[in-house]
Ligand binder design. Structure first.
Ligand code: AMP
Length: 242
């Protein structure tokens, strides 16, 4: 059975289950580029102390370090296309083998194809002591997404995410936390965004339907303040884990 969370339906207020007692297990954060997967993942990491595994961040790390994977991935990422499943799956397998994933993890931006989805389903099914996966799909209107993407700026030091239209820093171009100069991702341009959205519609939208069909699925409205979206996700995951 899937759970649809509507505005106001969820609350992080006292009276909700004891968070320390909730074992979040594996969570998938799904949704088009710019819906706020990364921002929401950071809220969940703070609450549950499980790691965020962002395949986009891992790939950008490889690009920055000039690894073989990074060299292969760079141009593909610039075109808004997807890096081949075999490479991404291998990268995720290595990350999931690390001990900090024991109580759960948040996969942010993975799986993005049905091939990746079937692969991760198999991996989790064969893992000892693993809880079944919960998938969270975040939905936001297209025009909102465009503003979110083209306005997005990142702090390279603390990784805080700003938006020049919606959540600007106190001083233009400077991180409030550490004074670092904010940067724009090279694929956060309007042109590249169109390609990323096409890729999403063709290859990733079917992944959302796959998990909707499996149950343990939550769809949230991402067009709300960050804390409200997070509260909706948290309350739905807690119910599914009871
Ligand atoms: P993101 O930061 O999640 O928006 O990802 C940035 C880019 O990295 C995407 O546009 C893809 O080119 C690549 N990428 C990230 N995750 C995946 C994935 N699961 N499969 C294939 N390519 C990915």
């Amino acid at each position: 059975m899937s759970t649809v969370v509507t505005p106001g339906a969820a609350s992080a207020a006292p009276g909700t289950p004891n968070r320390a007692a909730v074992r979040p297990g594996p969570l998938l954060l799904l949704g088009a580029p710019g819906v706020g997967k990364g921002t929401q993942a950071k809220e969940l990491v703070r609450l549950w102390g499980i790691p965020q595994i962002s395949t986009g961040d891992l790939l950008r790390g490889n690009v920055a370090q000039g690894t073989d994977l990074g060299r292969m991935a760079h141009e593909i990422m610039q075109r808004g296309e997807l890096v081949p499943d075999s490479l991404v799956n291998e990268m995720v397998a290595a990350r999931l083998a690390e001990p900090d994933t024991k109580n759960g993890f948040i996969l942010d931006g993975f799986p993005r194809t049905l091939g990746q989805a079937h692969w991760v389903d198999e991996q989790l099914a064969s893992a000892a002591d693993a809880l079944p996966v919960v998938a969270v799909s975040i939905k936001v209107d297209y025009n909102q997404l465009l503003r979110r993407i083209t306005g997005r700026r990142n702090c390279p030091v603390c990784q805080r995410i700003y938006n020049i239209y919606l959540q600007s820093p106190l001083r233009d171009g400077v991180c409030d936390n550490d004074g670092a100069t904010l940067v724009q991702r090279s694929d956060d341009t309007e042109l590249c965004y169109e390609g990323r959205m096409r890729t999403y519609a063709n290859l990733t939208a079917p992944v959302v339907e796959h998990y909707r069909g499996l149950g343990r699925f939550v769809e949230v409205n991402g067009d709300l303040p960050v804390a409200e979206v997070a509260a909706g996700i948290i309350s739905a995951v807690e119910k599914l884990r009871q």
